[in-house]
Write a protein that binds this ligand. Structure first.
Ligand code: FRU
Length: 320
């Protein structure tokens, strides 16, 4: 077999295996309008409005470039499906992968294999383990949790009974929003603050509603609910309203989509929500820099804002 053929065979075997050929980027397309770069975007689910917004942000940013095409896939909230999607993108020979992973551990290996096979990977919003990807983009969830904890501590004047409704705890934002929240409450300095109930609602409104029903049944006094996202905070409010207790309790969430969390604050349903930017536009800008061969940072941290009933009309308040 001539040397060139052997080489070609080796390269295609590497592409199929998806690893073992070093992490040098290998582009399949020219990045011209005739032969555009192809980006594979794996979204962990499209059942939640925030994720629909992320895909819309990616789509809008990509529409500014005629030398770019994005293939969208929805993993329907299954880490197994999402793993297969990453593997399909590798086999298809996309030029770059963007993934917003459902859970850290199960997606770590497929991401690492794509990256080691020479396909740049941008991890968006939720993290994977280790460092075998090109860049991570997302807001600092420990910091958002800490700000929520501080806001609740200050608003309660250092005394009160708290319910925490956690996101999926196998995903990094759930872990980080819990850790930061406990730091922000400073429970050792404020013994009058008590977390009387903590439940895992896995980011989903119906689960939050159910968890809150248990919290209400076992606690005659609740001052505030901190939910790791706005659907969770809204689910808790629905449960409290059904029990006739919604006016005795404050509700705090995270995400602050204009047509979701910000609207809830405007309607007096939530007392506060913290912006969790999707990073969709930033991911496309970064993808282009990678595809053009530029050096890029390993981590891009996005900022946040707080929306309360005082400032929601004015677009919230940045947190520095
Ligand atoms: C949507 C979502 C958001 C949350 C983010 C965390 O799936 O639950 O509400 O802020 O994921 O990754």
């Amino acid at each position: 077999m001539p040397l060139r053929k052997i080489l070609l065979l080796f390269i295609s075997m590497c592409a199929l295996a998806g690893f073992g050929c070093g992490s040098e980027s290998r582009q399949q397309h020219a990045g011209t309008p005739e032969d555009p770069w192809v980006i594979g975007m794996s979204q962990c689910n499209l059942g939640e409005p925030w994720r629909v917004q992320m895909d819309a942000d990616v789509r809008a940013a990509a529409a500014d470039y005629d030398n770019l095409r994005v293939i969208f896939k929805d993993a329907q909230n299954s880490s197994l499906v999402q793993r297969a999607q990453v593997e399909e993108f590798v086999q298809q020979g996309v030029d770059l992968i963007i993934i917003s992973p459902k859970e850290a551990a199960p997606l770590t290996r497929p991401v690492a294999e794509a990256y080691q096979g020479g396909i740049p990977v941008i991890v968006l919003d939720r993290e994977v383990q280790g460092d075998q990807y090109t860049s991570f983009i997302g807001a600092d969830n420990v910091r958002i949790g800490r700000e929520a904890g501080r806001w609740i501590r200050e608003t309660l004047g250092g005394r009160g009974r708290i319910v925490e409704l956690k996101g999926l705890m196998t995903s990094t934002p759930g872990q980080d929003r819990n850790q930061g929240f406990l730091e922000g409450l400073e429970l050792d300095r404020y013994p009058g603050l008590q977390v009387v109930f903590a439940g895992e609602m896995q980011w989903l409104e119906p689960n939050a509603r159910r968890e809150m029903e248990s919290a209400l049944a076992t606690n005659s006094e609740i001052d505030v609910v901190y939910a790791h996202n706005d659907p969770g905070a809204h689910g808790a409010w629905l449960a409290a309203r059904a029990a006739g207790r919604e006016n005795d309790i404050m509700f705090v969430g995270i995400d602050a989509l204009p047509h979701e969390g910000q609207q809830y604050v405007g309607q007096g349903i939530l007392d506060a929500t913290f912006l969790y930017p999707t990073g969709g536009e930033e991911a496309i800008e970064l993808a282009l820099r990678i595809l053009r061969g530029e050096e890029v940072p390993e981590k891009i941290v996005l900022g946040t804002r707080i929306f309360t009933q005082q400032n929601v009309g004015a677009g919230g308040q940045p947190i520095n």
